[in-house]
Design a binder for this molecule. Structure first.
Ligand code: FES
Length: 244
């Protein structure tokens, strides 16, 4: 049916950019289904969540007057447990936080550090923002991609400033900040990751003299730290993700 001139989808059509193949974002003009039943909050009584994960999320929630403020650390913890923000991970967080999965999905899809599809278990975020770019971050990224090859265990991405410009060019390797990097380090990073050894120990940010005297709080409450410590470098809990 041809939309009338007053139809909002027609008025907006000229403002939504076309992709090179000529189409717009699929279904961009499809109206919300107002008849659809609202998303329900999963029942914690029937949603399988480990006590460790639940306690850690509850500790996060207790820190804020509005429990939704705990969404980011709670999702991050669930991602560590499951390897990505899978539907099950989101359902578990939603059950504990008494939020809809839709709300948490909107958070997870907005922030870059959440994986909403299964990815390689080893995350290497190469910073290509200004400080790192000026010191060769793009070449480090290319060398990292080449070193990772088509190994499905490797999840290599560029990233915006990771807040460690003093060690530019740098990367976050499974959450460990390392730098300043040179291209030769990339091969070593892959070798150490795939053999289960610590990565670039001599270039870890946390071991730099300026960092050693500082309290290295990781921002996790006690339960969160406990559960994080039980999670292997691969992102899977040692007890098995299915138990979580
Ligand atoms: S620009 Fe790379 S850490 Fe800031």
């Amino acid at each position: 049916m041809t939309p009338s001139p007053s139809d909002p989808s027609r008025r907006l059509a000229g403002q939504v950019r076309r992709y090179s193949h000529g189409s717009r974002v699929p279904d961009w003009d499809r109206a919300a289904d107002l008849q659809k039943a609202p998303a329900v909050i999963p029942d914690l009584a029937t949603t399988r969540v480990s006590d460790e994960l639940r306690e850690a999320i509850e500790q996060y929630m207790s820190r804020y007057p509005d429990r939704r403020s705990a969404a980011l650390p709670a999702l991050m913890l669930a991602q560590k447990v499951h390897g990505w923000c899978s539907p099950l991970a989101i359902e578990q967080v939603a059950a504990v936080m008494r939020l809809t999965p839709g709300y948490l999905s909107s958070v997870a899809t907005f922030y870059d550090m959440f994986e909403t599809e299964p990815k390689g278990e080893h995350t290497v975020y190469v910073c290509t923002n200004i400080s790192c770019a000026l010191r060769g971050g793009d070449a480090i990224y290319e060398a990292m991609v080449e070193a990772a090859g088509d190994d499905p265990r490797m999840n290599v991405r560029t990233f915006e400033c990771l807040g460690a410009c003093d060690i530019a060019p740098m990367a976050s390797v499974n959450g460990e900040y390392v730098g300043p990097l040179d291209e030769a380090d990339c091969r070593q990073i892959v070798d150490e990751l795939t053999s289960g050894r610590p990565v670039l120990e001599h270039k870890r940010l946390r071991d730099r003299p300026s960092a050693i005297d500082l309290p290295m709080g990781d921002g996790l409450p006690t339960a969160g730290r406990d559960i994080s410590n039980r999670i292997t470098a691969s992102g899977n809990d040692v007890a098995g993700p299915k138990d979580m």
